[in-house]
Design a protein around this ligand. Structure first.
Ligand code: MN
Ligand code: MN
Length: 470
């Protein structure tokens, strides 16, 4: 047998001093990769069930209840290991596993958002033009508008009627369902259109959804195609034109989550941002048994539009929940929050070789290199961000190394290339130690986003390690 070759002095020194950038999926055992694949099969099911924030809350609640979480009761004192959840306006859910020390030394927070870019219906959406029935839409979040034309769309949401009843809508998911689409101009006649800059090729008012084309019946009356659509909606759902005013109706891509690549190493789906962090954070809550400090997972809405509103991270929802926990244990809420720490569970832009010039290679995250820690987000000169402290970063990287979680660091693209934020700053503003940690995504905010299965699994392992950490 040949003698094992000794490492050279240079190799040894590099090993000691350099960041190990070779670390990736190749360094994992077969067992770990298959654990990731198994975890992701369930994640893909969650994605298909949870295309809107309301659906994500429902899906999360079902998973939590199966795992022994019960509705939280304000004022009740809970003991270590008990599991509770609380829902806010059907669009937020907070889950807590009570720690051995309770919340007196602060809590561990993992917070992800469950809203994704999409097209919403306007309050008065339906109109008829040239014998076609269309819906006016208002896009939600940061989208490249051209990506939402000529793709199959499904209508999800809820209509609240004046009599107090609600009607749930989900059309376009079953094979037998109709779908909808925003039409595009044929290339033959698009010479003027394609000369325009990308941001002007399609405007918000061009994102009109085709919903029908047959008239109610042959008659001399006008708007018979529109009448026919309203007649169908009334028969199927009992809603009239005015009911659109009290509705949350969202258009999402109609496709399902699918394995991507010959090697099935990735997942192509709508809404990875940020369900790809929400699901692992949820499963970490489910799988964390007896944490030292109370472990709190929060799934929030409205991140894509700036976290405003009573279901966004800027609302008092989470704060009041923690105050309530603190009160039941006889401790001060502000003290608890100020001693808490948080993983802001959100995605980062994976390096894309096709668009390499938008990234800075040394400070980008890569598919299959594990969960990504983002020390700060924002734009320009670090505007609009919170930055994790050196000390907190050290704690987190020590934790990830200790638990052998595959991880990497990343900034969102080149300096001055644009930018973006997460919920981190709103949590930091409450005087909490917080850092962004999540999954690298290709084609972020497109109708079909791409992630690596191994990275999703590593996010789960990271959140679980955080909850279990003393
Ligand atoms: Mn996000
Ligand atoms: Mn986003």
């Amino acid at each position: 047998m040949a003698k094992k070759q000794e490492k050279s002095e240079v190799e040894l020194l590099k090993e000691k001093l350099f960041i190990n950038t070779k670390n990736g999926v190749g360094s994992l055992s077969e067992k770990e990769v298959s654990a990731a694949d198994k975890f992701c099969a369930k994640y893909m099911k969650f994605l298909d069930e949870a295309k809107t924030e309301r659906e994500a809350v429902e899906a999360a609640k079902a998973i939590a209840e199966k795992a022994g979480f019960i509705p939280y009761e304000s004022g009740k004192k809970y003991s270590a290991g008990e599991r509770v959840y609380l829902i806010n306006r059907k669009k937020n859910i907070v889950l807590a596993v009570i720690g051995k020390k309770g919340c007196k030394d602060g809590v561990k927070l993992s917070i992800a958002h469950i809203d994704s870019p999409r097209l919403d219906l306007k309050p008065n959406p339906l109109y008829e033009a040239n014998d076609l029935a269309l819906f006016k839409t208002h896009y939600y979040g940061g989208i490249k508008k051209y990506q939402w034309t000529a793709v199959p769309l499904a209508l999800h949401g809820l209509v609240a009627l004046k009599n107090g009843k609600t009607v749930t809508v989900k059309i376009g998911e079953k094979d037998s369902d109709p779908i909808f689409c925003v039409t595009d101009l044929l290339p033959h006649l698009a010479q003027e259109q394609v000369k325009k800059p990308g941001s002007q090729m399609f405007t918000g008012e061009d994102l009109n959804l085709l919903v029908g084309s047959r008239p109610f019946k042959d008659d001399s009356e006008s708007e018979l195609v529109k009448l026919n659509i309203l007649n169908i909606l009334f028969k199927d759902y009992g809603i009239t034109e005015g009911d659109f005013l009290s509705a949350d109706l969202e258009l999402v891509p109609a496709h399902r989550a699918r394995d991507l690549g010959f090697d099935r190493s990735m997942i192509g789906a709508y809404g990875h941002d940020d369900r790809v962090c929400a699901y692992p954070a949820l499963m970490a809550a489910v799988d964390c048994e007896a944490p030292e400090k109370t472990a709190v997972t929060v799934l929030v809405d409205k991140e894509e539009t700036g976290s405003d509103g009573n279901t966004g991270m800027q609302s008092g929802f989470m704060k009041y929940f923690i105050y309530d926990l603190a009160k039941s244990e006889g401790v001060d809420g502000d003290y608890v929050i100020s001693h808490s720490s948080c993983l802001s569970a959100d995605v980062n832009a994976a390096f894309d070789p096709t668009y390499a010039s938008a990234y800075e290679a040394n400070n980008s995250c890569y598919i299959n290199k594990g969960v990504v820690i983002t020390k700060y987000t924002g734009s320009s000169g670090k505007y609009g961000t919170s930055e994790a402290s050196a000390e907190f970063m050290a704690e987190i990287r020590a934790m990830l190394d200790g638990e052998k979680v595959l991880w990497q660091t990343g900034e969102l693209g080149k300096v001055d290339g644009g930018g973006g934020g997460t919920i981190a700053k709103y949590v930091a503003n409450l005087n909490v130690d917080v850092v962004d940690l999540g999954v690298p995504v290709l084609s972020m905010h497109a109708p079909l986003e791409v992630v690596s299965k191994v990275d999703v699994y590593m996010a789960y392992r990271a959140f679980l390690a955080f909850f279990n950490k003393k």
